[in-house]
Design a binder for this molecule. Sequence first.
Ligand code: UDP
Length: 311
Amino acid sequence: MEKVILITGSSGFIGTRLTLYFIDLGYKIIGIDVKDKKINMDNYIHIQKDLTDALFVSSTLDLIKHYRVIATFHLAAKIKVGSSMSNPDKYYNNNIIGLYNLLNLLRIIKSYNIIFSSTAAVYGKDSLTPYKETDAGEPASVYGMTKLMGEEMLKSYSIYGFKGYIFRFFNVSGEYIAPIHLIDIVIHNLKQGESITIFGSDYPTRDGTCIRDYIHIHDICVAFNKAFIKGFDHNNFLIINLGSSSGFTVKEIITRSIQILGKDVTIINGDKRPGDAVATISDISIAKDLLGWSPEKSLDDIIKDTIKTYK
Ligand code: UDP
C-alpha cells in the first residue's frame, strides 16, 4: 500500500503551507478540507469533505482505505476567538464533533499517529509570565475551551492506540491570506489607508494593550518535520508549545509595522474583545529539549513576509 500523510484543513493557512512543505520533502499527501482544492500537484490528493458531516466516516473510508496513512496532521478547525464567543455551537461542532468523526475514521483504518493543532488560548486569562505546558488550562474563550477538550479527548483515546504530539501554537503569522488576525489586519489597513481598531487599551500590560507571542509559519512547518522525524514511538501525547518565547503588545505590532512599511495610520481605541486573554507568551524549553526546535524567524521577518505576500 502506498504511504501517505493525511492533513485535515489542507486548504487553510497552516494546512496549505504544511502540505506544500511535506510534498517538497518527498511525501504524498491526502488533504481533507470542507473548502475546494488549493494545491494542484502530483503528490497531492484532495478530498473535499466536512468532518462534521454525519456521513463523513462512511463516505471517506472508500477514498482512503487503499492507502497506508502513516500520520495525520489535524488542522481543520474554527480558530477565531471573537466569533467563538458569539457562535459557540459552530465551535463545539467543528472542533469536537469533527475530531470525534476523524478519530472514528482513523480507528477503522488503524492509523494512530497524530499531530494535533492546539493553541495558546488553552492557557489562563491573565498571566504575564511565559506559559509552560504543565500550567493549568483555563481558557478565556470558547475557542480555547474546544481545543483543550480536543486535547483531553486525544489523551483518553490513547487507550485505543492513538499517540503523537499536541502542538500549542502561539500566534502563527508570516504569510498574508486575508485580514483575519492582527498582523494581517495591520498590514492590510496600512496598505489600504484604513484605520486600525485596538481591542482594549486598559489591560494591565506595559502599554495597556494585549500581549501575544508571534511565530512564523515556516518555523511551524519545521517543528512538524522535527516531530515527524522523532517519530511516534511513545505512548500517549507529548504536549509542546510552539512560540517565540517573546511577547509583543498590540501597539508594538502596529508601531513596528508602521516603521517597516513607512506609512502612518489612524488608530482607534475600541472596546475589549470578549474572550481575549491579557497575555500569552510561550516557554519553549520542551520544544528545544525534545525536538531540538527553536524559531529561526524574528518578528521583523514575520511582518516583512506578510508585506511581501500581501495581495
Ligand atoms: N486585535 C486588535 N485589533 C484587531 C485585531 C486583533 O486589537 O483588529 C488584538 C486582539 O484583541 C488580540 C491580539 O490583537 O489581543 C491578537 O489577536 P488575533 O485575533 O490576531 O489572535 P488571537 O490571539 O486572538 O488568536
